[in-house]
Design a protein around this ligand. Structure first.
Ligand code: NDP
Ligand code: 8X3
Length: 252
């Protein structure tokens, strides 16, 4: 039987998820890449297939029926999932609570929290049945502290922090490793999404200092999944050197 592990990565079309896919491919981890942008999934599959087997799944994590159907559709050689990377998510807007948009709030809670739960619900049972598996939740420093105008995004990431702890408690009896990486500022498409395509505003977020790169986070993710079976990195916060907290960043 093959000893190659299979990882299921949500949000693999961009940023942190895409770099985790590249890092895992280097180490020949079999990949299930998920996202809504099929063209990007195809490009990444073409890029990585010389390193490892790659299957793509196109679904919106907000749609629980589509999530379940996508997982059920996996071909036989991708059905046993060893590693779940719960990464899909974004911030939508950066407004004081009194000016917040209900659509933005729905998006953040539906994607970052409920979407993570729908995907986990579709995959955890097989890990429980095998008494094995590893779940890595991508939280945020926004799940450890709250910053001005971050309100609902921070709430969604605090929920990820709580779910990371809750999963670890409930799955302990089944030997399933559960942990989180909580990054600070990482330059990805995150701010483009947050500011709805206002690229000038998005670029300014990362000016005057060296933010984390998606590769920095991806290397950390590989470190976590490559620890011996008795080691679980439960909760890891990482920031660039210039960042001390959500609001304190040393800029030139
Ligand atoms: P990107 O915008 O670059 O990537 C977001 C990914 O999430 C994309 O692949 C996107 O795929 C996917 N996604 C978004 N919405 C949905 C949806 N409804 N259904 C399915 N997939 C979806 O951002 P990052 O790489 O920065 O973000 C990844 C994770 O890291 C998020 O959870 C974010 O909160 C977290 N994070 C980011 C930080 C940062 O500073 N960048 C810092 C801390 C945490 P597609 O659009 O194709 O569906
Ligand atoms: C992303 C980091 O500080 O923009 O989770 O919220 S921050």
């Amino acid at each position: 039987m093959s000893t190659t592990k299979t990882a299921f990565i949500t949000g693999a079309t961009s940023g942190i998820g895409r770099e985790i896919a590249r890092e895992f491919a280097k180490h020949e981890i079999r990949l299930i890449l998920c996202g809504r942008r099929q063209e990007r999934l195809n490009e990444l599959q073409a890029e990585l297939r010389s390193h490892t087997e790659v299957h793509t799944l196109n679904f919106d994590v907000r749609d629980k029926d589509k999530v379940a159907a996508a997982v059920a559709s996996l071909p036989a050689n991708f059905q046993k999932i060893d590693i779940l990377i719960n990464n899909a998510g974004n911030a939508h807007g950066l407004d004081p609570i009194q000016k917040g948009s209900l659509d933005d709030w729905d998006a953040m809670l539906d994607i970052n929290v409920k979407g993570l739960l729908y995907v986990s619900n579709a995959i955890i049972p097989q890990m429980v049945e095998r008494n094995a598996g590893q779940i890595l939740n991508i939280g945020s420093t926004a799940g450890k502290e709250v910053y001005p105008n971050g309100n609902v995004y921070c709430a969604s990431k605090h929920a990820v922090d709580a779910l990371n702890q809750g999963m670890r408690l409930d799955l302990n009896a089944h030997g399933i490793r559960v942990g989180a990486i909580n990054p600070g500022l990482v330059e990805t498409e995150f701010s483009d999404v947050r500011f709805k395509g206002d690229t000038d505003r998005a670029e300014k977020v990362y000016q005057g200092f060296q933010p984390l790169t998606p590769k920095d986070v991806a290397e950390t993710a590989y470190f976590i999944v490559s620890r011996p079976a008795h080691v679980n990195i439960a909760d890891l916060t990482m920031m660039c050197t210039a960042q001390a907290s959500s609001t304190i960043v040393k800029k030139s």
